[in-house]
Design a protein around this ligand. Sequence first.
Ligand code: ZN
Length: 318
Amino acid sequence: MDSLFEYRNCPGCGQNDFEVLFESNIKPDDFNVLFDYSMEGHDSQEGMEGYLVPGKEWGRHVRCKNCRLIYMNPMEKVSKTNEYYCKAKNTHAPTIRECYLRIAKSQVRLIQKYASGTNLLDIGCAQGFFLFSASRAGYTTKGIEISQDAAAYAIREFGLDVKAKPFEELRFPENHFDVVTLWQVLEHVPYPLMMLKEVHRILKPGGLVVASTPNIEGIPAKILRKRWWDIKRLHLNQFTTKTLADILQNAGFKNMSAVSYRGFVSLSILLTMTLKYLDAYERLKALFNPDHILGKMLNKIMLIYSSRLNHCVVLGFK
Ligand SMILES: [Zn+2]
């Protein structure tokens, strides 16, 4: 059983001195069952089948005694999770499209306040909602997305320049980009410090990096604890605004600041999540089909919130 997992030193500072916060409840045999997107062969028409499952499975979480970063240790083998990401299907795109496009616009407005050039790279660009908004605002955009299906969506729907490859394989030139963004990426990355050092290398001097992650000190995390929806099998690192700023600093960035943007959540996503917490989603899921009139309506009604509620957003400069 142990061979399914690998141990790592603290991904924030490299030390190996930690306290255990809670133990794992992963059942290795069910590897594909509870991921948040449908797998090939388990297609769902609704596109919300496994989406936003409240934390049901997680690995052992530890806190580094040196830098206070919370991370999964051991974690599942990187080769196994990478294989999952490559094959992950993008069936929930129609459901999230409207609200993610609105979020993307707020994210672009945030970038515009701080960026000094327009050559932009988005790492882990998913379906390309942010890149699409950025390109409409005049940025020259490139995206990287390991999920083949999400990358294909970004190319097909928005005509974006997106590479479906791991970031480490794409050796971009040094001092090349004005802006690099990592929206909800670092919590998935086994070695985030290594990734951020590479981001630092490819940014121009004075270039802007923006990273967002779930916030383990946010209100939902404090109330729901292990049942918080962002405690899950694929979230290998759990940041606070402080530990996110620290890891950026360790990668060489300076003048970090915590910022926020306006978030949007459709009634459809909010209700789905609530019903999943109440174990009532299965009985009512037909209501959320985006192809039907009610599903369409629920998708159109948006609630506005501040990203501060559940996310850390930190920017810094090279
Ligand atoms: Zn550490």
